[in-house]
Design a protein around this ligand. Structure first.
Ligand SMILES: Cc1cc2nc3c(=O)[nH]c(=O)nc-3n(C[C@H](O)[C@H](O)[C@H](O)COP(=O)(O)OP(=O)(O)OC[C@H]3O[C@@H](n4cnc5c(N)ncnc54)[C@H](O)[C@@H]3O)c2cc1C
Length: 462
């Protein structure tokens, strides 16, 4: 057995019983293995343990704990704060554990902890099923679910955690438990929003929902019409059936063939729709929004996975990301005026602001039923500064912070934990959980008293 300690940075580390791939500084694969989705994150782990199975996860966790190494856990590596990797840490990397199994009779979907949303959609679609997740297929199912999970199916079927029926978790002492409503119910409660604070989730079991082809895509409006469009959209959604949703965003039209050349580079307001139902029904429902006169109407029938991956090409891995999130209970005219002022100054083609509807089925689950505290909010809002050029990062940060500072007073007070950056303080983590925070602290004390899992939006033990 290797007896290297955390402070020894030269000798190779050998994790006893490990069958996957171990990657260290100096290895050819190192730079690719340590890179995460946000290109502005540049961390240098001591060891990246690409696990082949649960036994490997246990071996890596035991190894790190016994040697006092910091542990980081990587699912899809998508968190904008780059929390899937950490300098000098041992990274438990689940990127080779992406299997998804569908049981169509029981409508259950078993997903390994390193799967991406695209893996889940690919596996479920042939069965006419889907799991409610997020809007970019390259995002990891693990981090997304552990923080809540919101997207096109939220209004109809709730958050990802609302469809989670069971999870297999490797705990800090290396033991493996299955958590559900009957077994370790306190752990099952905590992982449905409490992030990676309680262990490594190696398998998630979700309930699948009937989804096959949907009617979806964008409507784009003149930016200066946004106050009227936002007002109409907000009123429209309040009455719309839950099978219909549409998130609102500001954008700059990218110079790609999918858009007419005369729109390229133009700052606009957009709504990306998704109706889980037939075309004629979608047409009838969307008529009032079409009456507002979109400059471009790209709504049409498509397989659900096509909508889920429609933005992948625009947002490849490696761009510079900086963002700020809040929940919104009421979209006031004052807030809309602030939106327009800052949207006019979108700093780059990739930068944006999104408002994701989280009413409907999300509201039918009690605020204390899971750690996700903002069940009364109508929208999850995120202001997003993005660009390929690292030289523009400061400008992205400035625009994002100024926009957020101006808008935050109109918010519900907390932001989505999956969208908190690394320069936001502990008070923002506490605010994200509201009244559920003390119960999370209790669960943390019970399942991770030594705070082994601290490379995350950390829940304190006291
Ligand atoms: C471009 C973009 C689009 C997004 N869109 C959406 C969206 O539509 N809806 C939405 O809800 N969210 C969205 N998010 C936020 C997303 O939910 C988070 O970034 C989430 O953390 C990604 O999960 P991951 O597994 O890829 O993250 P990672 O970076 O791998 O990990 C994030 C955190 O989760 C922990 N973790 C990861 N895997 C495990 C595991 N198996 N067990 C225990 N802990 C683990 C990590 O330790 C880390 O603390 C988006 C993010 C980006 C950057």
């Amino acid at each position: 057995m290797n007896t290297i300690t955390a402070s020894d940075t030269t000798a190779r580390l050998d994790v006893p019983g490990f069958r996957g791939v171990l990657i260290e500084p100096g290895d050819n694969a190192y730079d690719e293995a340590r890179a995460v989705y946000n290109g502005s994150v540049d961390r240098r782990p001591r060891l990246i343990a690409r696990c082949a199975d649960v036994a490997d996860v246990i071996a890596a966790v035991d190894f790190a704990r016994e040697r006092g190494l910091t542990l980081a856990v990587r699912g899809g590596g998508h968190h904008a704060a780059g929390l899937g990797v950490w300098t000098d840490a041992l990274v438990v990397d689940l990127g080779d554990m992406r299997a998804v199994h569908v049981d169509p009779d029981e409508r259950l979907v078993r997903v390994q902890g390193g799967a991406l949303l695209g893996d889940v959609d690919h596996a479920t679609h042939p069965f006419g099923l889907a799991v409610p997740t997020g809007i970019l297929s390259t995002t990891g199912i693990a981090g997304l679910t552990l923080g809540g999970g919101l997207g096109y199916l939220s209004r109809q079927f709730g958050l990802s955690i609302d469809s989670l029926v069971e999870a297999e978790v490797v705990l800090a002492d290396g033991s493996v438990v299955t958590a559900d409503n009957d077994r370790h119910p306190d752990l099952f409660w905590a992982i449905r929003g409490g992030g990676g604070n309680f262990g490594v989730v190696t398998t998630f079991t979700f309930r699948g929902h009937p989804v096959r082809d949907i009617v979806g895509g964008p409507m784009l409006f003149d930016l200066e019409d946004s106050p009227a469009v936002m007002r109409a959209w907000d009123d429209f959604l309040a009455e719309a059936p839950e099978a219909l949703t549409g998130w609102f965003g500001f954008l700059t039209v990218p110079p790609v063939d999918a858009f007419p050349a005369e729109l390229h580079g133009r700052k606009m307001a957009g709504i990306v729709w998704c109706h889980n139902g037939p075309v004629d029904e979608a047409d009838r429902l969307l008529a009032p929004m079409r009456a507002l006169g979109p400059v471009l109407d790209g709504v049409g029938e498509m397989p659900f996975p096509a909508l889920q991956s429609v933005f992948d090409g625009l947002y490849p891995k490696g761009l510079q990301w900086y963002w700020r999130a809040d929940f919104v209970e009421e979209l006031t005219d004052e807030a809309i005026a602030v939106h327009l002022e800052h949207a006019r100054r979108l700093p780059t083609m990739h930068s944006s602001m999104h408002l994701y509807p989280i009413d409907g089925a999300v509201h039918r689950v009690g605020g204390a039923a899971t750690p996700f505290a903002f069940r009364r909010a109508r929208y999850a809002q995120v202001i997003v500064g993005v660009d390929p050029d690292p030289g523009r990062l400061d400008a992205l940060r400035t625009w994002t912070r100024e926009y957020h500072d101006a808008l935050h007073p109109f918010s519900a007070g907390g932001g989505y934990v999956n969208m908190l950056m690394d320069d936001e303080g502990d008070d923002r983590v506490e605010a994200a959980y509201g009244d559920n925070f003390p119960r999370l602290v209790e669960a943390k004390r019970r399942y991770d008293a030594e705070n082994l899992w601290h490379v995350n939006k950390n829940i304190p033990t006291s």
